[in-house]
Ligand binder design. Structure first.
Ligand code: UDP
Ligand code: MG
Length: 320
């Protein structure tokens, strides 16, 4: 199979209103960068709007476009994985469908990749326009917490917007896990990775598809995928608690021998509630890891493809 120079992979969920402009801007950026030798992969992640018919329409007109329809909503990270699996370019650009990440940066990112001899050029958000204070604050906190917990150097304030070389992508795709936190997995593979600062724009249309529930889930996938620190929390806590209970013991004994024994509901309740919440937290953490192990051992496919529109020859992975 002849590889195109560039693949652009875009996961889309309910992005009907963005698709036309997205297609135009991505195509123009690709053409400016590599001429005709590019492919664009749109992955429809079980959208409830008319994204899929819109993609089919675009694919019928543009031989560069491959549109992939997943069997249902598999989530951003798996939709992205589907697109990456099916991409064939020498270089791969990952970009969001909502045009928050300007496709026009492609040429500059390629220049950085060539100048630095890098395998990954990841875009770092300098500014984020049009996002709520809550989203920005939780994202900033999350990236910093993650940094403290993990041994992998996962860059701060970096999403999935990035340019990768084929060997970096092949390394990434060799990681089989179900609970995927792709920006962390890319950091884990190593090679030379360089930052590319940019200002994140507003969404072109619609609202974020990362409501709080999905954000928390992604955060848990990130932490459990890249750190076992929460599992060690119990042993650390036990040392502190042992110290505290020793102090308490002395205090009680002292009161007893002074003829003024400690008594009361308050102290008992305090100990019971504090200890039981610590225990529940630890149990919950074990549960999070255990649940993910259960999902992993089932070894189900990461996603299922229902339909493909556009040039599919040579894509053996599709199974048809
Ligand atoms: N997305 C997806 N499946 C989902 C949720 C989101 O493919 O279940 C896509 C979405 O279409 C977009 C990208 O993932 O291209 C990022 O989502 P969004 O812009 O809603 O997230 P935010 O930028 O607000 O973090
Ligand atoms: Mg977005």
């Amino acid at each position: 199979m002849v590889r195109p120079l560039l693949s652009i992979v875009v996961p889309c969920y309910n992005e009907e209103a963005c698709l036309d402009l997205l297609h135009a801007r991505v195509s123009a950026a690709a053409r400016a960068a590599v001429g005709e030798e590019y492919e664009i992969l749109f992955v429809n992640d079980g959208s409830r709007d008319a994204s899929w018919p819109a993609m089919q329409r675009l694919a019928a007109r543009d031989p560069h476009l491959v549109a992939i329809n997943l069997s249902r909503n598999h989530g951003h990270q798996l939709a992205l994985t589907a697109g990456l699996d099916l991409s064939s370019g020498e270089q791969i650009l990952i970009i969001d469908a909502d045009l928050q990440d300007p496709p026009e940066l492609l040429s500059d990112m390629r220049a950085v990749m060539a100048a630095e001899g890098a395998d990954v050029v990841y875009a770092v958000r300098r500014k984020r326009e049009g996002e709520t204070f809550f989203k920005k604050a939780t994202a900033a906190m999350f990236y910093r917490l993650l940094k403290r917990l993990t041994d992998t150097e996962i860059p701060l304030d970096t999403g999935d917007f990035r340019l990768m070389s084929r060997r970096a992508l092949d390394a990434l795709l060799a990681l089989p896990e179900q609970a995927r936190f792709i920006r962390g997995m890319v950091a884990w593979i190593g090679f030379r990775q360089v930052p590319f600062p940019y200002d994140r724009a507003e969404r072109h249309a619609g609202d974020t598809h990362y409501p709080i529930g999905k954000m928390v889930r992604l955060a848990f996938d990130a932490v459990t995928g890249f750190s076992t620190a929460p599992l060690r929390f119990a042993s650390h806590a036990s040392v502190i608690l042992a110290g505290a209970s020793l102090l308490l013991l002395f205090y009680i004994a002292w009161g007893y021998f002074e003829g003024d024994p400690v008594q009361g509901w308050t102290s008992t309740m305090l100990v019971v509630t504090v200890l039981s919440s610590i225990q529940m937290f630890v149990l919950g953490m074990i549960g999070e890891y255990l649940g993910r192990m259960y999902v992993e051992v089932k070894r189900r496919p990461l996603y299922l493809v229902a339909d493909v529109a556009g040039p599919v020859q040579g894509r053996a992975t599709l199974g048809f």
